[in-house]
Design a protein around this ligand. Structure first.
Ligand SMILES: *Cc1c(COP(=O)(O)O)cnc(C)c1O
Length: 396
């Protein structure tokens, strides 16, 4: 017999969400998550994936995954610390350290897991964490798990950060203080002000933690936001994901050897959750090799991003202040934003509406993620659909 308490709880809350139009229905893809996707038999131009470089469908990665599966099998068989560390896990970590210009790196099963493990391996209830108010959910949860005091500062507001860092330091209440930020903020495409953050960190003796999920593979010749600013030796924790630009799945921390050694004995997802499967590891190695040897894919990504931005701007859309290929198209009103995205879908463009509470009220937007794999023809077609729907709904 199932629990009545649970049944009532679920019924009430699901109905509430559905009534408010906040219940998210998921559309399964009937194709790979490439530049074109198929949903319910319909071909769509895909402007919603994080597959920035098109590597998720790159033949070289697919071949590497198949070869590794043949050699090592479908699964890795254990957690890293028992006997689930394959030689290719070690090789991937060496590659990542090279890629990030750090002494060492540690790989996790996802970027989310990485934030769960890494923050609480170092921070505890006697410490404080200064956290940008727009940080990713996994950073917020990772901070909570650590039991450190969480002090939020206004988004990329360096005066607020400085004041709060000073106050925390001078209070004498905390043994360690960390500042933690996304490298690239995924809703607006803006870049964290890392040079100022490093300056403040040096002044108040802060540990620095940058989660560069959306910057790796995109900025700094691929190495990410930290490299983009030339700060590779000034940031203690460089977090990345292998699930976005790298096109596979996984997460990592890159940093000094002692830090990585500590994480290998103290971070719980590394100790208590089975390691990445061989296919994923081998595909990631292949991807990093591609990025170490050429900037062709990044160049194409930026070229496509700039092309889409220019086109939308010329049509009269508000595309915000993005500094990266992430291209929000700000509509404003929540209902109109949803309608806009729905009409794009009907016309053949898959671009998600992002509204309150994910972004502030009245700043609803359709977010576009162009990739290196899009052709100019696809982008032109998307732009002409944007023009049609924009005029129809009175946005332009
Ligand atoms: C997407 C994202 C993650 C999660 O990465 P996964 O590898 O998908 O788990 C973590 N941090 C930030 C900032 C992200 O944008």
């Amino acid at each position: 017999m199932s629990s009545k308490v649970l049944e009532n709880f679920l019924k009430e809350h699901l109905e509430d969400l559905k009534g408010k139009g906040l219940y998210n229905v998921i559309d399964p893809l009937e194709s790979a998550n490439g530049p074109m996707i198929k949903i319910a038999g319909k071909e769509l131009i895909n402007l919603s994936s994080n597959n920035y470089l098109g590597l998720a469908t790159d033949q070289r990665l697919i071949d590497a995954a198949i070869e590794a599966t043949k050699k090592y099998g479908a699964g890795s068989g254990a957690v890293r610390t028992i006997n689930g560390t394959l030689d290719i896990h070690v090789k991937l970590e060496e590659k990542l350290a090279e890629f990030k210009h750090t002494e060492a790196a540690i790989v996790y099963q996802s970027g989310f897991n990485c934030n769960m493990g890494a923050i609480s391996a170092v921070m505890d209830k006697d410490d404080a964490i200064l956290s940008d108010e727009l940080n990713h959910a996994s950073i917020i949860d990772g901070c909570r798990l650590s039991k450190a005091k969480i002090i939020r500062y206004k988004h990329s507001d360096m005066e607020d950060l400085r004041n709060k860092a000073k106050e925390a330091k001078e209070s004498g209440l905390y043994k360690k203080i960390m500042v933690i930020t996304d490298g690239v903020f995924s809703m607006d495409g803006d870049i964290a002000k890392l040079p100022e953050i490093v300056e403040i960190a040096e002044e108040f003796d802060l540990i620095t933690y940058v989660d560069d999920a959306h910057g790796s593979g995109v900025l700094g010749n691929g190495a990410g936001t930290v490299k983009h600013f030339g700060l590779s030796d000034k940031i203690d924790f460089q977090i990345g994901t292998l699930s976005k630009a790298i096109g596979v799945v996984g997460g990592y921390v890159a940093g000094k050897k002692d830090l990585i050694d500590w994480l290998k004995v103290r971070s719980r997802p590394f100790l208590f959750s089975t390691s990445l499967p061989p296919a994923a590891v081998a595909a990631c190695i292949e991807a990093i090799d591609i990025l170490l040897n050429s900037t062709e894919l990044q160049d194409r990504l930026w070229d496509n991003g700039n092309y889409l931005k220019r086109g939308l701007k010329a049509l009269g859309f508000d595309i915000g202040e993005s500094q990266t290929p992430i291209t929000p198209c700000i509509i404003g009103d929540e209902i109109k934003t949803q309608e806009f995205s729905k009409r794009l879908y009907e016309e053949g463009v898959y671009a998600k509406a992002i509204v309150f509470p994910t972004v502030p009220r009245g700043t609803g937007r359709v977010r576009n993620m162009p990739t290196a794999a899009h052709t100019k023809e696809m982008l032109d077609r998307a732009l002409s659909i944007y023009e049609k729907v924009g005029k129809e709904l009175g946005v332009i």
